[in-house]
Design a protein around this ligand. Structure first.
Ligand code: NAP
Length: 258
């Protein structure tokens, strides 16, 4: 089977809820040291307490990934608490729905600032520690929206998620010599607090378009992240793994009938 991640140091941004919490729970149950990152202190502390029960050592640092000095503090906290950074899961993201006609400059800055700039700032901040690890792993949470599909209201979001893959490909080349891999997971529709905010009718419409006829779970994204973090995945870099229950496959609604 796969080598153990016991004692590894893992950062999960947006680890306080949703997909990030699912990823963090999977690494915690492998007895890794897991640093959760988010802006809401109460939610962060509660998530760390809950996930600690599953085995690993889980703690929280309050930080905003769109701010450079906060990203530096994240890398410092992981190094102080868990001895370095072996795995960086850059997962924090926002997805406010806004048609282009109504989109403000601030809307664009918020989405690009968190989803794209935050991801680049964090990789830069963690780079010295990832290099020291000797087996560093960067795992980005992108999306099917942007790189593969589109949906009205998410043009800025889709652009940010597609741009993450552009960053990934060059980062994978630049960091390969340091033994660091850089890959992305492209989730389809995953049952999270953030998705829940979009309403029941949104989820129902999505389920109807997914061949597996259900939303994904945060743990299913966590398992893909665990594979990419494993020593055995050390020759995979610059790649995107779609985890979507087959959502991108149907050519038309007719493909889903019967
Ligand atoms: P969610 O339930 O809304 O959780 C988002 C997480 O990100 C929270 O922990 C939030 O904590 C954190 N966060 C947001 N902005 C942040 C910032 N500036 N700095 C630090 N932390 C921040 O969202 P989700 O559904 O789990 O989505 C997680 C990631 O998966 C996102 O990148 C999203 O684009 C991607 N994704 C989700 C789906 C889906 O179906 N759910 C599909 C494809 C891709 P605070 O609010 O406390 O900061």
């Amino acid at each position: 089977m796969f080598s153990s991640l016991r004692g590894s140091s893992v950062i999960v941004t947006g680890g306080t809820k949703g997909i990030g919490k699912g990823i963090a729970g999977v690494f915690a149950s492998e007895n890794a040291g897991v640093l959760l990152v988010g802006r809401d202190e109460d939610a962060g502390r509660a998530a760390a307490e809950e996930l600690s029960a599953s085995g690993g050592e889980v703690s929280f640092v309050r930080a905003d990934v769109s701010i450079g000095r906060d990203c530096d503090r994240i890398a410092e906290a992981a190094t102080e608490r868990y001895g370095g950074v072996d795995v960086l899961c850059a997962n924090a993201g926002i997805f406010p729905q806004r048609p282009i006609r109504e989109m403000s400059e601030e809307d664009i800055d918020d989405v690009i600032g968190t989803n794209l700039k935050g991801c680049i700032l964090l990789v830069k901040a963690c780079l010295p520690a990832l290099e020291r690890s000797g087996r560093g792993r960067v795992i980005l949470t992108s999306s099917i929206t942007g790189p593969i599909t589109g949906f009205p209201g998410w043009s800025h979001y889709g652009a940010s998620k597609a741009a993450q893959l552009g960053f990934m490909r060059t980062a994978a080349i630049e960091l390969a010599g340091s033994g660091i891999t850089v890959n992305a997971i492209l989730p389809g529709n995953i049952a999270t607090e953030g998705l829940g905010d979009l309403g029941d009718s949104y989820s129902a419409a999505m389920v109807a378009s997914i061949p597996m006829r259900r939303l994904g779970t945060a743990q299913e994204i966590g398992h893909a992240a665990l594979f990419l973090a494993s020593l055995e995945a050390g020759y995979i870099t610059g790649q995107a793994i779609i985890v979507d229950g087959g959502q991108i496959l149907p050519e038309s609604l007719a493909a889903l009938e019967g």
